[in-house]
Design a binder for this molecule. Sequence first.
Ligand SMILES: Cc1ncc(COP(=O)(O)O)c(C=O)c1O
Length: 339
Amino acid sequence: MNIIEINRENLIHNVNYFKGITKAKICAMVKANGYGHNAVAVAQILSNYVDYFGVNNIDEAIELRQNGIKNNILVVGVFEKEDIANAYDYDIELTVDNAFRLDEIIESNLAIKVHIAVNTGMNRLGFCVNDISDVVFRCKNSNVILVGIFTHFATADMDKEYFDYQIKSFNQALSLLDTKGIIIHASNTSGLSDKRVHYDMVRIGIGLYGYGNKNLLPVMKVKSKVVAIHKISKGERVGYSNGYIADEDCYIAVVPLGYADGINRHIARRVYVRINGKLYLVASNICMDMFMVKVDKDVKLFDEVVVMDNADIWAKELDTIPYEVLTGFEHRRFNLIVK
Ligand SMILES: Cc1ncc(COP(=O)(O)O)c(C=O)c1O
């Protein structure tokens, strides 16, 4: 009854859009279960269109391998010592971001493929620029197979000055190295409008899922069905804490999704859902497994409810970003449909 629907055509439209604006290799970011879309489904659709998949951790990488994904896979987050043997067995590329984790890889004596993360100002993961020559030297003189070097931008879409500062720091790190045969990568979706940062590969996340510019098409729809309808009079109350008081005689439709499914409680009285092409307000407070919508006589039992098909709208109402909206749904409680 509750469905997360992934639109294959829109996903392919989005990846082709990016292939049209860059010649660089594409690393499709499918971390956090493919930004909440189902990483395996997304990777299976994109496997012939992209070079790499980017995940956060080794478990996400292994899940892709176990589901037949043969592309290169890069873990952009941190790994634990126990993950190193799996990285070798499953041919997964790891990010090295500090001396401690580089030591662990070297001590493993396994031929592990790595990408060096450079901290150019995000201050999340990565070696500082001045340490890079030394790190590369250690990689080249050990069991490590140095595949790539990258940085990550904190502000590509909002603070040009800081963006330029990060580019300058990254280029400075690169200038100290012989980068022949090493994949250089930096840009996320919002950096892509600047050709300077395309380098050899771009890591695209949110754009693939349809957000970031107006040429892109949203890939995810969250759908449900009306499971009960009540005719109520002006002044009647609806839901916990009398969350809605009817301002006129109306109908109330019950939708079997709640905060346990990842429906944010703050959408109440702010967000509209679509039933038979018409928008209706989420009226009541969100319950654990249900919410109620103010509807009219046109809505019938078991009508389809499009709960979310534009994460930008939810993000605006919830004072957050589409990333958080998309990754917020509790997949175990939905059926996945790839259309
Ligand atoms: C290291 C890294 N690269 C690339 C991306 C993709 O960013 P975006 O979704 O903004 O394209 C992310 C996402 O957070 C990331 O952490």
